[in-house]
Design a binder for this molecule. Sequence first.
Ligand code: ATP
Ligand code: MG
Length: 416
Amino acid sequence: MRQSQLFTKTRREAPKDEISQNAQLLIRGGYIHKEMAGVYDLLPLGVKVIEKIRGIIREEMNVLGGQEVSLSVLQEPELWKKTDRWDDDKVDVWFKSEFKSGGAVGLAPTNEEPLAALLRNHVSSYRDLPKYIYQIQTKFRNELRAKSGIMRGREFLMKDMYSFTKTEEELDDFYAAVGVAYEKVFSRVGIGEQTYLTFASGGIFSKYSHEFQTVSTAGEDTIYIDAEKRIAINAEVLNDETLNMLGVNREDLAQAEAIEVANIFKLGTRYAEAVGLTYMTEDGKELPAIMGCYGIGLTRLMGTIVEVLCDDKGIIWPEAVAPFSIHLVEVSDDTEKKKFAADLYRDLVNAGIEVLYDDRELRAGEKFADSDLLGIPYRVIIGKTTSSDSIELVRRKDGDKRTVSREALLAGTYSV
Ligand code: ATP
Ligand code: MG
C-alpha cells in the first residue's frame, strides 16, 4: 500500500475526551475512529490488525475441532426468559429495541441461549455429541463505564465458543484443551509472557472459572501472581480455600493490575435444561447436554497489545499481528533514489511481503515520527547513501539498526 493513497491521516493529538492510551494511539495512527464513548470504527489499518488476530484465533479454534458459525445479533425475548436472562435486573447490559410490528428485540451480549436452542434441531442422540461451535461476532453490551478505549466497547468483537458434551469428563478434557489453545493464541499475538492463567469465580456448576489476565497498569482487574507456577488468582477468589487448593502461599504472590483478555467457564446443564436441548443415551435415557463457554475479546486483545508493548513514540506491533511487515520510508529528494524505492516496493509486494510505502512528499522527521507511531515491525529507509548492497533496516521494538542487501530483503531473511 502506498501511504499517499491511504485515506487516513495520522494526527498529533487524540480527541480530548479520550483518556485511554490504547485508543489515543490507535486514533492518532488512523487505526480506529471514535464515534462516542465505547463505540469505535475500524479503519483500513485497524481492519488489517483485527484480521491477523482473527486468523490466529480461528486457526487455534479449528485445531480444537471447533466449527465456525455466525449467529444473528437480534435476539428474541421469549428464549432468554427461559433462562431468566432477559430481565434488566438480571442482565444489566442489554441494548433493547422494538419491532415496528410490535414486540421487543435485544442485541446479543453473549450467545448461550440461541446456540443451545438452535442445536435442538441437530442433536438427538449420544452419537451427535460432543460438538464444539464458535463464532467471531459483534457483541453489544450497554457497559456503564467505557473508559478503557477499545478494551471495553459497547459494541465489540468477541470470539465465543461453546462446547456441548455428554459427560463431565468430556467437558473437563475439552476445557483443558481450550486452556492450552488460549496460551498458544496469546503467545502467538506477542503477549504470552505477560499473560497468566487466572483462577476466578465460577458458578453453581464449578467452583472456579479461568481467566487469562495480561499484566498492565491499564487493567481493571487485580490479580495475585505466582511467578514460579505461572498462575494467578483473581482478587475475587483470593482466600484460604483457593490458596490451599493451589498449594501456594500468600507471601509468594505478587499483586498486579491486569486486563482480562479471555474467560473460560463450565456451565453445566443449566442452559440445555432451560431451552430443552437433550439427547438420548445409549441405554435410552433422555439427558440434557453439558455446556462450557470460552470467550476472547478481539478488540480488547488488540487494545491490550497496544497497551502492553507501546513506548512513548507510539505503537509496537508484534510481527504476527502487524498491519504490514515493512514500512518502506523514502527520504531522499533524489529522482534516482525515488525510483529505487518504487522498484523495491514493487518487488517486495511481488515477493509476497506486506509493505506500507511512505511515498509522501514530507520531511524525513515527520515521516519517521509517523513510522514510530504506526509501529510496523521493520523500517526500511531509502536515503541519499542507499544502494542495492546497503539498505538501512531499523527494528521498531528496540531500535536495532542494520544494513541489509536488496536481495536479503526480497528473500524475507531480514527478520533475524
Ligand atoms: P469484564 O469483567 O471485563 O466485563 P466479562 O466477564 O463481562 O468481562 P465475558 O462475558 O466473559 O467478559 O466475555 C468474554 C471476553 O470478551 C472477555 O474475556 C473479554 O476479553 C471480552 N469482553 C467482555 N466485555 C467486553 C467489552 N465491553 N469490550 C471488549 N471486550 C469485552
Ligand atoms: Mg462484563
